[in-house]
Design a protein around this ligand. Structure first.
Ligand SMILES: *Cc1c(COP(=O)(O)O)cnc(C)c1O
Length: 245
């Protein structure tokens, strides 16, 4: 069942899979929030359907999950067009190329992965042209791994402060990806760094929102302990990606 095999098989639909996996994830969130002295409702689950078919989207919505995440604009577009933009709160969690900025802004309700001033400027221009505010999180590279995107941690306060001043953009908070390690101390350090950058930012500007998007299947407890308000969960809900479904 959970954590064992590739994607849902013909006999195990996404709906039946979620019947098993969603209570487990909710229980993990509850325990972690409780241990941290936080309200369970202060942590939102973003169900990451990337790599899974529309069945996964339908099953998630039927199970009461309203926040859905995708990491590629094409896949986001396919799912939004199939089920409607108002069917869910759509989260764009992967790198957005400049030429896809407008699409991402029109499809997603929140873009977690604004990783450069260039992209931020583009999105801000789009927001201004459309007389709206594009809602985003600024991605910070808290582990300083060169493979990870995001604003450099040393310059993050300065960079994100500038983003927050752009008309047409609403910076709802920050996002990070943890380093690919099992070392809990390193995971704590990465998430704590994001929280500290966030605190420092909010000391100098009122224009950055309260969201901290951090924590995935393998590190959600640590992220919640360090103050996460949105965890992005794929594997623990839907199984491994890429298998037959
Ligand atoms: C795929 C992905 C996730 C979900 O990862 P799981 O380990 O499957 O929970 C979260 N965040 C981002 C940015 C991703 O690309």
């Amino acid at each position: 069942m959970l954590g064992r095999g590739p994607s849902a098989t013909a006999t195990e639909t996404y709906a039946t899979r979620l019947e098993h996996t969603l209570p487990v994830v909710r229980e993990r969130v509850e325990r972690a929030a409780h241990a941290a002295g936080r309200a369970v409702g202060s942590v939102r689950i973003v169900a990451v359907t990337k790599g899974h078919p529309l069945d996964a989207v339908d099953a998630a919505l039927a199970a009461g999950l309203r926040d859905l995440g995708e990491n590629r604009v094409e896949e986001l577009e396919g799912k939004v067009l199939a089920r409607g933009r108002e069917a869910a709160t759509w989260h764009m969690i992967g790198h957005v190329q400049g030429r896809k900025a407008r699409q991402a802004a029109e499809l997603a309700h929140l873009i977690h992965s604004v990783d450069s001033e260039r992209l931020a400027d583009r999105l801000a221009r789009i927001g201004t042209e459309d007389a709206t505010e594009v809602r985003v999180l600024a991605q910070v590279n808290t582990s300083a791994e060169s493979s990870k995107g995001g604003f450099e941690r040393e310059k993050a306060v300065e960079s994100v402060h500038r983003l927050a001043e752009l008309p047409g953009l609403k910076v709802e908070g920050l996002m990070t990806m943890a380093p690919l390690v099992d070392d809990e101390a390193l995971l704590h350090a990465a998430f704590r760094r994001l929280r500290e950058i966030h605190e420092n930012l909010r000391r100098v500007t009122a224009r950055v929102g309260a969201e901290l998007s951090m924590g995935m299947t393998n590190d959600l407890e640590i992220a919640i302990q360090e103050g996460s308000t949105m965890i992005r969960i794929g594997t623990a809900l839907f199984g491994e990606r890429g298998g037959p479904a």
